[in-house]
Design a protein around this ligand. Structure first.
Ligand code: UDP
Ligand code: MG
Length: 315
């Protein structure tokens, strides 16, 4: 498979109304760049006519490639598949509902070529519902910024440009497409952010609501934990468990000395209970650490397994 200049990756889940206009707008913008390009549409198990419509448009838009999932695996998996299939030196990700504006793509690429590895869009004027979307996002953006040290205004914007190495070296799972800049920074990417347009969704329905925020936050915690202790969980569990075992043992030794050499009655002392609890909990934590260490190895060994299954690829 020969390399090309630009790949645009688009996850689609029941976007039949949006696909035709989306491709037309992309064609208009991408042809002005004077480079080779492809558009990789990943159908995430749509139950409407999205796939038929994509197939019908293949002839009109030869740059179109379609990956069809066997079922709905979620936006992160669809993006991951797009990244896997992308042949471009520069990869652009965006939503398929025209909330992102294809006309921002040239500016993203220009910024990338100033010497960045990821350029993230910033929806300065986000056109989404306030309470269910914008406020949870504001909170999430604040937490992510503090927790990760990667300071952006808008992590969740799908419209982004990446150098090829970045997308080929990060692995997505759960809801992690929202944290691609963070994952990229773990990888060592130079990241920039530029304001982009954002439009209200005109056709079709949003697939998300408030309930996702909860899952997003859990995924974030898991990811931060992984960054720190992914390779050696025993480092934290071992330290905690070992410390507790030592402290508990010291307490028990002290009490034993009191009992044996000074003949004191130690039966009713709260300290006795504390010492025992510390030892038991410490041993448990240590055991958990060992188990986690095993899990991590399993995790790394299973990395080769895809997080999605493909029914069909239309080239
Ligand atoms: N999407 C997807 N799989 C899903 C949910 C969404 O591929 O399970 C796609 C969807 O078709 C769209 C993009 O992800 O292209 C963003 O979804 P949506 O517009 O519903 O999210 P919002 O803009 O409301 O955050
Ligand atoms: Mg949308």
């Amino acid at each position: 498979m020969g390399r090309i200049d630009i790949s645009v990756v688009i996850p689609l889940y029941n976007e039949e109304e949006n696909v035709p206009l989306l491709l037309e707008r992309l064609k208009e913008v991408l042809t002005t760049l004077g480079r080779t390009f492809e558009v990789v549409c990943v159908d995430d198990g749509s139950t409407d006519r999205t796939v038929e419509i994509l197939k019908g448009l293949k002839e009109r838009y030869p740059f179109l490639r379609v990956v069809v999932f066997r079922r709905n695996f979620g936006q992160s998996a669809a993006m991951a598949a797009g990244f896997d299939f992308a042949r471009g030196d520069i990869v652009i990700s965006m939503d398929g509902d025209l909330q992102n504006d294809p006309s921002d793509i040239p500016r993203l690429i220009q910024k990338l070529e100033e010497g960045y590895d990821v350029v993230s869009g910033w929806r300065r004027q986000r056109r989404d519902p306030l309470f269910t979307r914008k406020i949870p996002s504001m909170i999430a953006n604040w937490i992510i910024g503090r927790a990760t040290g990667v300071r952006l205004h808008d992590y969740g914007c799908s419209l982004k440009a990446y150098r090829r190495e970045v997308v080929k070296n990060i692995s997505l799972y759960g809801e992690l497409h929202r944290f691609i800049p963070v994952l990229a920074s773990f990888y060592g990417a130079r990241i920039a952010e530029i304001p982009v347009r954002h439009h209200p969704r005109r056709l079709g329905q949003s697939k998300y609501g408030l309930s996702r925020t909860y899952r997003v936050i859990l995924d974030l915690l898991l990811m931060l934990f992984f960054k720190r202790f992914a390779t050696r969980p025993l480092h934290i569990f071992g330290l905690l468990g070992g410390g507790m075992i030592l402290l508990g043992t010291a307490i028990e030794v002290y009490l034993s000395v009191l009992k044996i050499f000074y003949g004191e009655d130690i039966g009713g002392r709260p300290l006795l209970l504390l010492g025992i609890l510390l030892i038991i909990t410490g041993v448990n934590l240590f055991g958990t650490g060992l188990l986690a260490e095993l899990l991590v190895r399993t995790y790394h060994e299973s990395q080769g397994k895809p997080i999605y299954t493909v029914r069909e690829v239309i080239e």
